[in-house]
Design a protein around this ligand. Structure first.
Ligand code: PMP
Length: 292
């Protein structure tokens, strides 16, 4: 098989040649932004929404991406075409660029832009049927007034610290609270709670404005189930009838245990099952065609 091609500053280069400078501030300081996008069945799911969020993340760190959104979309589609991918995970990255060892971003002449793509199926395999286990973690979600979780920046250390804790405690996913004690999100997904037939999810001040979260809200409302956006706490988590998480990589996945405690019956519940099915349907049938 030929080597995967990676978009790198306007060219499509083999994976082994897609290397950046050690002076890239993305590498030195996590100074940059990224996205995680999926293609299903020959279509890119919510392409414009992801590109919009990439540009918003960049604006939030005063980084000007030197191409239009349309050019970015076309580069994403062309990367998939050149690799002949129909079901894929796509990772656009924009770093501040090559500078010196100082922090000052003014030393970086121009951003480096990469688009990595690879074939990708279901992240959690059988766990969509049986459910994931969650672990609440001691580390708090970054405060929005320090480094907003709404910036999808290359600095994911807060999330990695949470993941390390979940790994140590033997859970599939970490569950963050913020420094006020409110439920925030998972290390790489948003969280929904079902209680007495009602669906709740936290507001997005202290977690990422997930594109899958927005899709889940739309799908639930199409089913006639209203989603209540409210501050939630540990009590709500432990006493939930059902929990599911949403994310581009995770998709919609049931969470059946938290901190070793069964949630509800300890099995994926009816609302969650409907959600997993509805999400599968929408991802298989909508999106921007790759091959035109
Ligand atoms: N929260 C975090 C911290 C994430 O990294 C992700 C994945 N992008 C999400 C939530 C889910 O966002 P989306 O549904 O847009 O992938």
């Amino acid at each position: 098989m030929s080597e995967l091609l990676i978009y790198y500053n306007g060219e499509y280069v083999p994976k082994s040649k897609a290397t950046t400078s050690v002076y890239d501030h993305g590498f030195l300081y996590g100074d940059g932004v990224f996205e995680g996008i999926r293609a299903y069945n020959g279509r890119v799911f919510k392409l414009r929404e992801h590109v919009d969020r990439l540009y918003d993340s960049a604006t939030a760190i005063a980084l000007k991406i030197p191409m239009t959104k349309e050019e970015m979309e076309e580069a994403i589609l062309e990367t998939l075409r050149r690799n002949n991918l129909r079901d894929a995970y796509i990772r656009p990255i924009v770093s501040r660029g090559n500078g010196d060892l100082g922090l000052d971003p003014r030393k970086c002449a121009k951003p480096n832009i990469f688009i990595i793509s690879q074939e990708w199926g279901a992240m959690y395999g059988d766990l969509y049927e049986t459910g994931l286990t969650g672990v609440t973690v001691a580390v708090r979600r970054n405060a929005a007034d320090a480094l907003s979780p709404n910036i999808k920046s290359l600095n994911y250390l807060n999330n990695i610290l949470a993941k390390i804790e979940a790994n140590e405690k033997g859970g599939d996913e970490a569950i963050f609270f913020d420094s006020n004690g409110y439920l925030s999100e998972g290390s790489g997904d948003n969280i929904f709670i079902i209680k007495n037939g009602k669906v709740y999810t936290p507001p997005t001040v202290n977690n990422l404005r997930g594109i899958t979260r927005a899709t889940a809200i739309e799908l639930l409302e199409e089913m006639g189930i209203k989603v209540h956006v409210e501050n939630l706490g540990m009590f709500d988590l432990y006493t939930a009838d059902e929990i599911f998480v949403t994310g581009t990589a995770a998709e919609a996945a049931p969470l059946v245990k938290v901190d070793g405690r069964a949630i509800g019956t300890g099995k994926p519940g009816p609302v969650t099952k409907k959600m997993v099915e509805a999400f599968k349907r929408v991802t298989q049938s909508t999106g921007t065609p790759i091959f035109r």
